[in-house]
Design a protein around this ligand. Sequence first.
Ligand code: 9YW
Length: 415
Amino acid sequence: MIAGEDAAGISRAAVRVLVANWDGGHTVPSRRLYPHQWSWDSAFIAIGNARWAPRRARCELLTLFGAQWRDGRVPHIAFNPEVPMGAYFPGPDFWDVSAPSGTVTSGIVQPPVHAIAAWRVHLADPDPAFLRRIYPRLVAQQEFLRANRRNPDGLLSILHPWESGMDNSPAWDEPLAAVNAGPLAAAVRRDTAVVNADERPTQRDYECYVEIARAYRDTGYRRAGEFSVADPLFNTAYAAAETSLAKIAIVCGLDPEPHRREAAAMVRAMAEHLYDDGLFHAKDELTGKLLRSSSGAGLTPLMLPGLPPRLADELIATALERFELKRGLLPSFAPGAPEFDSARYWRGPSWINLAWMVWQGLRHRRPVVAERMAETMIRVVGRAGFREYFDPLTFEGHGCHDFSWSAALVLDLIA
Ligand code: 9YW
């Protein structure tokens, strides 16, 4: 058990981070490293803000949906025009596009965890008017994905590693190896000026990121470049969003059934096409191959209430054994796998958002394990601060400091 005083001190510190990162309408993930508004960050931030400032949580989501495109897509970055052009790469000049509202944005998306966030914000501070306002926007976000990203397996594709939210996951090594990318001047990267390069994606990774984004941009953000995969975390977020939309629909006096059916269909498609040997995997659309890896993304379907119990039990066994969850922190990649790197970004470190998603799935299925996970995360940030990611073996902090979703989700874990 974490002593009440310790938890109160950690909560106060978390709120200080969120206040310092607030930009009057939205929260930056990190002042220096990510100085604009990021899509799925805002959803996790809203979940945490709901615990102490629900109006701010609602504002965070509504600001993000203010950058929604006419086709329903919610871009992964909404740029703040007051931030100097060179502060983040690739910036507005690279993406070269804006939303109907005039907000300059990127053209790719991130995992659609926003309906989950909207529902949790409502649970923390019930506000049917907020739900009525955001519901049609959330539905449009899901419709964009159905209309533009659905593959013949019934799964949604992501067209860029950034769309997975887990940029340099080893799951993408194989598809990225086939990408024909030109050189990128090391100096254009801003991330390695803020964080040690050993803790970030490689230069070759960035060359691929820029090439794939450039190819998509050059088709008017319509057709894929050299990357198209069905990712278990992204599809989980979509299905969980449908479950949340069903609950939101009821409050709005609307029919929840279409959302329930859609969530169930997605769980079936994932179980049929992405599951193998105790874990969900990504599937490469371009080669038709299942990308068997040991990515923690493959555990996130635990969030889905409709997951068949046998699969849930097998996933839990994988989490406890292969991912060594018994230690308390969930790694982003299984420690025994050859690609595991305990300090490099999405190749092993523990991230609070990924762990939070799996924790959600364990709370009802294995409350004792979930409780231990939450306690470990709270203790680790108490010692190491709200770092971007943590070594899952030594619990040392890595990446940037005062990272918003680490602070926000710990507030939710403490509540
Ligand atoms: C980038 C902001 C984003 C997160 C991603 C994470 C990283 C790099 O930072 O992306 O430059 O966008 O991988 O999940 O949303 O925190």
